[in-house]
Design a protein around this ligand. Structure first.
Ligand code: ZN
Length: 142
C-alpha cells in the first residue's frame, strides 16, 4: 500500500537525527519551508542524500557550469551506492538568520566509513532574503 508506506516513513526519525522526518527535513524537501540557517540546510541535504531526494540536492547546490542531467545521474548513483548511518554536526560558524555566509563542520557516517567535511554555505545572490545554498567543501578529511 504505497500511501501507507509513505505515511509511516514520514513518522520515522529523520536521517539527520533532529526529530521526526515529517516535522524535520520533510517540509524542506517538499518546498513547504526553507532552511533558516546554514546548519538547517546542511542537515536537510544530508537527509536528502539518505532518502535520495535528488531534486532537492540539485536545487540547493548550484553548479551552473555543469550539465544537470549528468549531475542528476551522479547523485542517483551516489544515493543508491551509499548507505548513510548518521550525522554529527561538530562546529558551526556564522550561517545564522543575519548572516550571508557560514561554514559547518560535520561528520557523516556511512556503511564502511565516515566523511568529515567543512562545508561552505552562502545565501543566493548574496542577499539576506536569499535561500541558503551549499557552495563547496572547504576542507575534507577521509
Ligand atoms: Zn532532519
Amino acid at each position: 500500500m504505497p500511501g501507507g508506506f509513505s505515511a509511516s516513513a514520514d513518522a520515522r526519525p529523520c536521517p539527520c537525527g533532529a526529530g521526526v522526518y515529517r516535522h524535520c527535513c520533510a517540509p524542506l524537501h517538499r518546498g513547504l519551508k526553507r532552511a533558516e540557517t546554514a546548519e538547517q540546510l546542511m542537515r536537510s541535504r544530508y537527509s536528502a542524500f539518505a532518502r535520495a531526494e535528488v531534486g532537492y540536492l540539485l536545487s540547493t547546490h548550484p553548479e551552473p557550469d555543469r550539465d544537470d542531467k549528468i549531475r542528476r545521474a551522479e547523485l542517483v548513483r551516489s544515493c543508491r551506492q551509499t548507505r548513510w548511518l548518521g550525522l554529527t554536526i561538530r562546529e558551526v560558524c556564522g550561517g545564522g538568520s543575519d548572516d550571508l555566509e557560514g561554514t559547518v563542520v560535520f561528520e557523516a557516517r556511512y556503511r564502511g566509513g565516515a566523511l568529515k567535511e567543512t562545508s561552505l554555505f552562502q545565501r543566493r545572490n548574496g542577499s539576506l532574503s536569499g535561500d541558503w545554498l551549499y557552495i563547496r567543501a572547504v576542507a575534507l578529511e577521509a
